[in-house]
Ligand binder design. Structure first.
Ligand code: ATP
Ligand code: MG
Length: 231
């Protein structure tokens, strides 16, 4: 059922890569102001779900909408233009471009440059603005990826495994960043770091072998051991 206030409503989503079916009848929704986590083991289909919402994959069936707007069939840059920004798992940046140039690419289509928002959240990026992105550490790259997405003041961030492979101190910093960002925009965070997502999420979907096995919606039940039961 589509709720017109939802930032994202996914219903009965099925996605395949060629003959191989990866998502089975997935339904989820994101309300304004929510931090929604999607947890699951390697290969569960988390990235496939985010890429489908962001318009990078064409589902075989099911519905994805934002408010009253149907997103199925829209190309990725049009969805990004609606303020739905996908931050990929691979942390790929343009190594030969500067940090500033990398950041600007995120707003190329919309010409919406909220520089203060980027430098308020990531003061470190301000110092690195004229450095080549290829020299950044893993943590700095992740800041750049998030910075690029928030330069255009999105309404929803789809963040794919942001803390994968990062040092604990950077993970703590990102946790604070996500908490702060959630005051301004909705977040969908795909993560295997259960303590992290449980500390910041209002709702957790547990995905296993392409199916939603559980949904945790109240503060008391959003705990790593509760998530584990479904994985
Ligand atoms: N381009 C592709 N072509 C064929 N199969 C794919 C492709 N991408 C992913 N898959 C398969 O789809 C399934 C789900 O993959 P997906 O990347 O969505 O999982 P994930 O939950 O994001 O995993 P991870 O935690 O490792 O990132 C896996 O079995 C994977 O091998
Ligand atoms: Mg993935």
């Amino acid at each position: 059922m589509t709720n017109n206030d939802d930032i994202i409503t996914v219903s009965g989503l099925n996605v395949s890569y060629g003959e191989s079916k990866v998502l089975f009848d997935v339904s989820m929704n994101v309300r304004p102001g929510q931090v929604v986590a999607c947890v699951g083991r390697n290969g569960a289909g988390k990235t496939t779900l985010l890429k489908s919402i962001a318009g990078f994959l064409k589902p075989t069936s099911g519905a994805i909408s934002s408010g009253t707007t149907n997103l199925i069939g829209m190309v990725a840059y049009v969805i990004a233009g609606l303020g739905i920004k996908y931050i990929p798992q691979d942390k790929k940046v343009f190594s030969d471009l500067t940090v500033r140039e990398n950041l600007e690419l995120g707003s190329y289509a919309t010409k919406d440059y909220n520089w203060d928002q980027v430098t308020d959240y990531f003061p470190k990026l301000k110092q690195l603005m004229d450095h080549k992105a290829g020299y950044l550490s893993g943590g700095e790259r992740q800041m750049l990826m998030i910075g690029r997405a928030i330069l255009g003041s999105p309404k929803l961030l789809l963040v794919d495994e942001p803390t994968e492979g990062l040092a604990p101190s950077i993970v703590m910093h990102l946790k604070d960043v996500f908490r702060e960002l959630s005051k301004k925009m909705a977040l969908v965070i795909v993560e295997q770091n259960l303590p992290l997502v449980c500390a910041i999420a209002n709702k957790v979907y547990a995905l296993k072998e392409g199916r939603i096995m559980g949904e945790l919606t109240d503060r008391e039940s959003i705990r790593p051991e509760m998530c584990e039961k479904y994985l």
